[in-house]
Design a protein around this ligand. Sequence first.
Ligand code: KG4
Ligand code: ZN
Length: 341
Amino acid sequence: MTQTIILGIESSCDETAAALVCDGQNVLSCAIASQIELHQKYGGVVPEIAARAHIENIIPILRQTIEGASLTPAQIDAIAVANCPGLSPALLIGVTAAKTLAWAWQKPLIAVNHLHAHLQSVMLEQDQDQKCFPAVALAVSGGHTSIYNCTGPLNMELLGRTIDDAAGEAFDKVAAILRLPYPGGPSIEKLAKNGDPKAIKFPRTWLEKGSLNFSFSGIKTAVLYHCRGQDMKGANRVPDMTDQEKADIAASFQAAVIDVLVTKTIWAVEKTAANTILLGGGVAANSALRRHFEETAANLGLNLIIAEKKYCTDNAAMVAALAYHKLKANDTADLSLEPHA
Ligand code: KG4
Ligand code: ZN
């Protein structure tokens, strides 16, 4: 049987990444240049700095990926790139690199939605016979919190999404309130390990009855009120707090976010009658979130597929994985492809 090898490129935010993936599942090589250190002092990603770093990183990362798999361009079947959503100046670098290679090597070009690629990341290095569809899929990242009804890798119907902050954004903002380093998710997870998730009853925002939309700006504000006093007149007390107080805030915040994500995903399962849950995106790297989903799915007899931790945060293997299905469906782009936010 012939194999299909796709080169994926990802540059939507602060990771410059490339990967070679065979048949949408087997990762032959995967390289990522993270820019965390560049953005850390600003407490978030600065688009122009990200774009400049992508320009510096893209060629070494492509070279590392192709040499890492010991392949020649002739053995690559198509070039795929995430062209939306993301930071436009950052996306432009990946899109330009992909178009250049597709033209120079005369390969099909495939445009991929970054968020949809996060959902496809669950398939990377999984058992080939795993039955995945129909499924409810939750993409939970720094920019998005979206829930889909999926009947196939290319068939997804949006059921709900955040109406304000994404879950990852809430982790990042609460980490800033707690004076923890960027990115906030891993910092909060680490601190929460020593805290009591029941110590503080932070609000869960359910929106209207049965809504599958999310809202995480309220909990972020609740953490701020907790740290500055209800009248918001005081200074942030965090520098004077004990380690235990800070850990309790982190654990209670994390528990509230997890509660909403898990509960709404189960509501979606009830609405769609799907038997499988797919979970991807940066926040899906959180061990407490994974454990909660695992326990809930086991209790309800649901099939659960969570992306491997290394494929939760931004990577290009997920881009190549989704592109495999688009190539099979003859859904290719041409050299007029543009990025869009
Ligand atoms: O998917 P991703 O790498 O980029 C976007 O597409 O946004 O997600 C990044 C987000 C950040 O907000 C980061 O704080 C969060 O994922 N994140 C985590 C963890 N690791 C990354 N959130 C909670 N727990 C983690 N372990
Ligand atoms: Zn992402």
